[in-house]
Design a binder for this molecule. Structure first.
Ligand code: SAM
Length: 279
Protein backbone atom coordinates (compact mmCIF):
# COMPACT_ATOMS: atom_id res chain seq x y z
CA UNK A 1 0.00 0.00 0.00
CA UNK A 2 1.19 3.50 -0.57
CA UNK A 3 2.02 5.12 2.76
CA UNK A 4 3.93 2.07 3.94
CA UNK A 5 6.87 2.79 1.66
CA UNK A 6 10.21 3.63 3.03
CA UNK A 7 11.49 6.66 1.22
CA UNK A 8 13.64 5.80 -1.80
CA UNK A 9 17.20 6.74 -2.40
CA UNK A 10 17.08 8.54 -5.74
CA UNK A 11 17.51 12.28 -5.42
CA UNK A 12 16.54 15.10 -7.76
CA UNK A 13 20.22 15.53 -8.45
CA UNK A 14 20.12 12.18 -10.32
CA UNK A 15 18.96 14.11 -13.33
CA UNK A 16 20.74 17.30 -14.05
CA UNK A 17 20.51 20.52 -15.86
CA UNK A 18 18.76 20.52 -19.14
CA UNK A 19 16.55 17.48 -18.87
CA UNK A 20 13.27 19.08 -20.04
CA UNK A 21 11.03 17.00 -17.77
CA UNK A 22 12.94 17.89 -14.62
CA UNK A 23 13.67 21.49 -15.46
CA UNK A 24 10.52 22.51 -13.60
CA UNK A 25 11.44 21.76 -9.98
CA UNK A 26 8.68 21.09 -7.44
CA UNK A 27 8.92 24.00 -5.00
CA UNK A 28 8.43 21.84 -1.89
CA UNK A 29 11.17 19.40 -2.96
CA UNK A 30 11.15 15.65 -3.51
CA UNK A 31 13.38 14.46 -0.69
CA UNK A 32 12.50 11.54 1.61
CA UNK A 33 11.07 14.07 4.07
CA UNK A 34 8.90 15.61 1.35
CA UNK A 35 7.64 12.12 0.47
CA UNK A 36 6.64 11.38 4.06
CA UNK A 37 4.84 14.73 4.23
CA UNK A 38 2.84 13.66 1.17
CA UNK A 39 1.94 10.40 2.96
CA UNK A 40 0.41 12.41 5.79
CA UNK A 41 -1.28 14.77 3.34
CA UNK A 42 -2.77 11.71 1.62
CA UNK A 43 -4.33 10.51 4.88
CA UNK A 44 -5.70 13.92 5.83
CA UNK A 45 -7.33 14.65 2.46
CA UNK A 46 -8.26 11.12 1.34
CA UNK A 47 -11.90 11.29 2.42
CA UNK A 48 -12.79 14.63 0.81
CA UNK A 49 -11.04 13.59 -2.41
CA UNK A 50 -12.69 10.16 -2.43
CA UNK A 51 -16.16 11.71 -2.12
CA UNK A 52 -15.37 14.14 -4.93
CA UNK A 53 -14.06 11.47 -7.31
CA UNK A 54 -16.90 9.08 -6.52
CA UNK A 55 -19.56 11.71 -7.29
CA UNK A 56 -17.96 12.74 -10.59
CA UNK A 57 -16.80 9.39 -11.93
CA UNK A 58 -20.10 7.62 -12.32
CA UNK A 59 -19.51 6.66 -15.98
CA UNK A 60 -17.32 3.69 -17.01
CA UNK A 61 -13.67 4.75 -17.04
CA UNK A 62 -11.21 2.92 -19.27
CA UNK A 63 -8.25 5.23 -18.78
CA UNK A 64 -7.70 7.56 -15.82
CA UNK A 65 -4.70 9.87 -15.45
CA UNK A 66 -3.48 11.37 -12.16
CA UNK A 67 -1.42 14.53 -12.71
CA UNK A 68 1.41 15.29 -10.27
CA UNK A 69 0.98 11.86 -8.67
CA UNK A 70 3.95 12.18 -6.27
CA UNK A 71 4.58 8.85 -4.51
CA UNK A 72 1.30 7.51 -5.92
CA UNK A 73 -1.26 7.96 -3.14
CA UNK A 74 -3.70 9.91 -5.29
CA UNK A 75 -3.23 7.51 -8.21
CA UNK A 76 -4.37 4.56 -6.12
CA UNK A 77 -7.23 6.63 -4.72
CA UNK A 78 -8.36 7.45 -8.27
CA UNK A 79 -8.07 3.80 -9.37
CA UNK A 80 -9.99 2.44 -6.37
CA UNK A 81 -12.70 5.08 -6.39
CA UNK A 82 -13.33 5.38 -10.13
CA UNK A 83 -12.94 1.63 -10.86
CA UNK A 84 -10.97 2.60 -13.95
CA UNK A 85 -9.65 -0.25 -16.09
CA UNK A 86 -6.21 1.34 -16.03
CA UNK A 87 -4.78 4.33 -14.22
CA UNK A 88 -1.55 6.11 -14.90
CA UNK A 89 0.16 8.54 -12.54
CA UNK A 90 2.35 11.24 -14.11
CA UNK A 91 5.05 13.19 -12.31
CA UNK A 92 8.36 14.77 -13.19
CA UNK A 93 10.16 13.76 -9.99
CA UNK A 94 12.47 10.76 -10.34
CA UNK A 95 12.51 10.00 -6.63
CA UNK A 96 8.73 10.24 -6.18
CA UNK A 97 8.25 7.97 -9.19
CA UNK A 98 10.67 5.45 -7.75
CA UNK A 99 8.51 5.29 -4.62
CA UNK A 100 5.30 5.21 -6.63
CA UNK A 101 6.48 2.30 -8.75
CA UNK A 102 6.88 0.12 -5.65
CA UNK A 103 3.10 0.06 -5.48
CA UNK A 104 2.45 -0.32 -9.23
CA UNK A 105 0.10 -3.09 -10.36
CA UNK A 106 -0.99 -4.35 -13.75
CA UNK A 107 -3.65 -1.63 -13.87
CA UNK A 108 -1.93 1.16 -11.96
CA UNK A 109 1.28 2.44 -13.48
CA UNK A 110 3.49 5.49 -13.26
CA UNK A 111 5.34 7.46 -15.89
CA UNK A 112 7.61 10.47 -16.01
CA UNK A 113 6.09 13.45 -17.74
CA UNK A 114 6.05 17.23 -17.37
CA UNK A 115 2.33 17.89 -17.13
CA UNK A 116 2.72 21.34 -18.65
CA UNK A 117 3.15 19.57 -21.98
CA UNK A 118 0.82 17.41 -24.03
CA UNK A 119 0.11 14.81 -25.29
CA UNK A 120 -0.04 12.85 -22.06
CA UNK A 121 1.00 9.20 -22.24
CA UNK A 122 -2.17 7.08 -22.74
CA UNK A 123 -4.27 10.11 -23.79
CA UNK A 124 -7.07 10.66 -24.44
CA UNK A 125 -8.35 9.80 -20.99
CA UNK A 126 -11.90 9.34 -19.67
CA UNK A 127 -10.87 10.83 -16.35
CA UNK A 128 -8.07 13.24 -15.48
CA UNK A 129 -7.54 14.03 -11.82
CA UNK A 130 -5.26 16.63 -10.27
CA UNK A 131 -4.73 17.46 -6.59
CA UNK A 132 -2.43 20.10 -5.09
CA UNK A 133 -0.42 20.65 -8.27
CA UNK A 134 -1.77 23.82 -9.89
CA UNK A 135 -0.48 25.67 -6.82
CA UNK A 136 3.00 24.81 -8.08
CA UNK A 137 2.61 25.85 -11.71
CA UNK A 138 3.30 29.44 -12.67
CA UNK A 139 0.64 29.39 -15.43
CA UNK A 140 -2.13 27.36 -13.82
CA UNK A 141 -5.03 28.51 -16.01
CA UNK A 142 -3.08 27.77 -19.22
CA UNK A 143 -2.34 24.28 -17.89
CA UNK A 144 -5.97 23.74 -16.95
CA UNK A 145 -7.03 24.65 -20.48
CA UNK A 146 -4.37 22.42 -22.01
CA UNK A 147 -5.43 19.42 -19.94
CA UNK A 148 -8.96 19.50 -21.32
CA UNK A 149 -7.51 18.67 -24.75
CA UNK A 150 -6.43 15.31 -23.32
CA UNK A 151 -9.97 14.16 -22.50
CA UNK A 152 -12.11 11.80 -24.56
CA UNK A 153 -15.50 13.11 -25.63
CA UNK A 154 -17.54 12.83 -22.44
CA UNK A 155 -14.31 12.64 -20.44
CA UNK A 156 -14.08 14.44 -17.11
CA UNK A 157 -11.35 16.62 -15.57
CA UNK A 158 -11.36 16.87 -11.76
CA UNK A 159 -9.45 19.60 -9.93
CA UNK A 160 -8.88 19.40 -6.15
CA UNK A 161 -6.90 22.48 -5.02
CA UNK A 162 -6.51 24.81 -2.04
CA UNK A 163 -8.87 27.79 -1.88
CA UNK A 164 -7.76 28.95 1.56
CA UNK A 165 -5.91 27.74 4.62
CA UNK A 166 -7.75 29.42 7.46
CA UNK A 167 -5.97 30.03 10.75
CA UNK A 168 -5.56 32.78 13.30
CA UNK A 169 -2.82 31.11 15.32
CA UNK A 170 0.37 33.23 15.37
CA UNK A 171 2.71 30.24 14.80
CA UNK A 172 0.77 29.10 11.75
CA UNK A 173 0.52 32.67 10.44
CA UNK A 174 4.31 32.91 10.65
CA UNK A 175 4.57 29.65 8.70
CA UNK A 176 2.14 30.96 6.09
CA UNK A 177 4.21 34.11 5.61
CA UNK A 178 7.24 31.94 4.83
CA UNK A 179 5.46 29.50 2.50
CA UNK A 180 3.74 32.32 0.61
CA UNK A 181 7.09 34.08 0.11
CA UNK A 182 8.65 30.84 -1.16
CA UNK A 183 5.86 30.24 -3.67
CA UNK A 184 5.51 33.81 -4.86
CA UNK A 185 9.28 33.85 -5.52
CA UNK A 186 8.54 31.13 -8.09
CA UNK A 187 5.49 32.91 -9.52
CA UNK A 188 3.23 30.41 -7.72
CA UNK A 189 0.37 30.73 -5.28
CA UNK A 190 -0.84 28.35 -2.55
CA UNK A 191 -4.43 29.60 -2.42
CA UNK A 192 -5.13 29.07 -6.11
CA UNK A 193 -8.79 27.94 -5.89
CA UNK A 194 -10.49 31.28 -6.57
CA UNK A 195 -8.22 31.93 -9.58
CA UNK A 196 -9.21 28.57 -11.06
CA UNK A 197 -12.87 29.14 -10.27
CA UNK A 198 -12.81 32.37 -12.29
CA UNK A 199 -11.01 30.82 -15.27
CA UNK A 200 -12.62 30.69 -18.70
CA UNK A 201 -12.53 27.31 -20.40
CA UNK A 202 -12.16 26.47 -24.08
CA UNK A 203 -15.20 25.97 -26.32
CA UNK A 204 -16.61 22.47 -25.97
CA UNK A 205 -15.64 22.18 -22.30
CA UNK A 206 -18.52 22.37 -19.84
CA UNK A 207 -18.04 23.12 -16.15
CA UNK A 208 -20.20 20.62 -14.26
CA UNK A 209 -19.50 21.70 -10.70
CA UNK A 210 -17.42 24.00 -8.54
CA UNK A 211 -17.68 24.00 -4.78
CA UNK A 212 -15.59 24.32 -1.64
CA UNK A 213 -15.29 21.66 1.06
CA UNK A 214 -13.69 22.21 4.45
CA UNK A 215 -11.18 19.81 6.00
CA UNK A 216 -10.11 20.36 9.60
CA UNK A 217 -7.16 18.13 10.55
CA UNK A 218 -6.20 17.61 14.19
CA UNK A 219 -3.76 20.33 15.37
CA UNK A 220 -0.95 17.76 15.69
CA UNK A 221 -1.49 16.76 12.04
CA UNK A 222 -1.37 20.41 10.99
CA UNK A 223 1.90 20.67 12.93
CA UNK A 224 3.31 17.54 11.26
CA UNK A 225 2.48 18.75 7.74
CA UNK A 226 3.84 22.25 8.29
CA UNK A 227 6.90 21.11 10.23
CA UNK A 228 7.90 18.54 7.57
CA UNK A 229 7.27 21.09 4.84
CA UNK A 230 9.31 23.81 6.51
CA UNK A 231 12.20 21.41 7.00
CA UNK A 232 12.10 20.49 3.28
CA UNK A 233 12.74 24.03 2.08
CA UNK A 234 13.92 26.19 4.97
CA UNK A 235 17.51 26.25 3.69
CA UNK A 236 16.39 28.09 0.53
CA UNK A 237 18.82 31.06 0.38
CA UNK A 238 16.09 33.51 -0.72
CA UNK A 239 14.01 32.58 2.29
CA UNK A 240 16.95 32.97 4.67
CA UNK A 241 17.72 36.34 3.13
CA UNK A 242 14.11 37.51 3.50
CA UNK A 243 13.30 36.16 6.97
CA UNK A 244 16.69 35.46 8.58
CA UNK A 245 17.79 32.24 10.28
CA UNK A 246 16.44 33.25 13.70
CA UNK A 247 12.86 33.54 12.33
CA UNK A 248 13.12 30.14 10.63
CA UNK A 249 14.75 28.47 13.66
CA UNK A 250 12.06 29.82 16.00
CA UNK A 251 9.35 28.73 13.59
CA UNK A 252 10.78 25.22 13.30
CA UNK A 253 10.99 24.97 17.12
CA UNK A 254 7.39 26.21 17.57
CA UNK A 255 6.04 23.88 14.87
CA UNK A 256 7.81 20.98 16.61
CA UNK A 257 5.92 21.99 19.77
CA UNK A 258 2.66 21.90 17.76
CA UNK A 259 3.58 18.37 16.60
CA UNK A 260 4.09 17.30 20.22
CA UNK A 261 0.75 18.82 21.22
CA UNK A 262 2.39 21.44 23.47
CA UNK A 263 0.97 24.27 21.36
CA UNK A 264 -2.62 23.80 20.19
CA UNK A 265 -2.73 25.50 16.79
CA UNK A 266 -5.60 24.74 14.47
CA UNK A 267 -6.19 25.38 10.78
CA UNK A 268 -9.02 24.59 8.38
CA UNK A 269 -8.40 23.88 4.69
CA UNK A 270 -11.01 25.17 2.26
CA UNK A 271 -10.61 22.98 -0.80
CA UNK A 272 -11.96 24.02 -4.22
CA UNK A 273 -13.27 21.00 -6.12
CA UNK A 274 -14.17 21.58 -9.77
CA UNK A 275 -15.27 19.19 -12.50
CA UNK A 276 -15.31 19.75 -16.26
CA UNK A 277 -16.67 17.63 -19.07
CA UNK A 278 -15.49 17.65 -22.68
CA UNK A 279 -18.46 17.59 -25.05
C1 SAM B 1 1.86 18.62 -3.55
S1 SAM B 1 2.40 17.31 -4.54
C2 SAM B 1 0.85 16.52 -4.78
C3 SAM B 1 0.94 15.03 -4.90
C4 SAM B 1 -0.41 14.33 -5.02
N1 SAM B 1 -1.19 14.82 -6.12
C5 SAM B 1 -1.20 14.48 -3.74
O1 SAM B 1 -2.18 15.21 -3.68
O2 SAM B 1 -0.79 13.85 -2.75
C6 SAM B 1 2.71 18.00 -6.16
C7 SAM B 1 3.33 16.99 -7.12
O3 SAM B 1 3.39 17.57 -8.42
C8 SAM B 1 4.63 17.21 -9.01
N2 SAM B 1 4.94 18.21 -10.05
C9 SAM B 1 5.23 19.52 -9.88
N3 SAM B 1 5.41 20.11 -11.07
C10 SAM B 1 5.23 19.14 -12.02
C11 SAM B 1 5.29 19.13 -13.44
N4 SAM B 1 5.55 20.24 -14.12
N5 SAM B 1 5.04 17.97 -14.09
C12 SAM B 1 4.77 16.84 -13.40
N6 SAM B 1 4.70 16.79 -12.05
C13 SAM B 1 4.93 17.93 -11.37
C14 SAM B 1 5.61 17.18 -7.85
O4 SAM B 1 6.77 16.42 -8.15
C15 SAM B 1 4.76 16.57 -6.77
O5 SAM B 1 4.82 15.18 -6.79
Amino acid sequence: MPGEHMPGTAQPSDIKGDDPVTRHRYTFGDSDLAASRLALLADVFAESSRRFIRAAASHPIRTAVDLGCGPGFTTHLVAETSHSSRTIGLDNSVSFLELARESATENVRFQRHDVRTVPFPEAPADLIYCRFLLTHLSEPVESLNLWTTQLTEGGVLLIDEVEQVETSHPVLLRYQAAVNALLSGEGQRLEIGSVLDAADMPAGVHRMSSHVVVVAPAPTEVGQMFHANLRSWRSDPRLIEKFGNAYLNDLERDLAAVVRGEIAASARWHIRQMSYERR
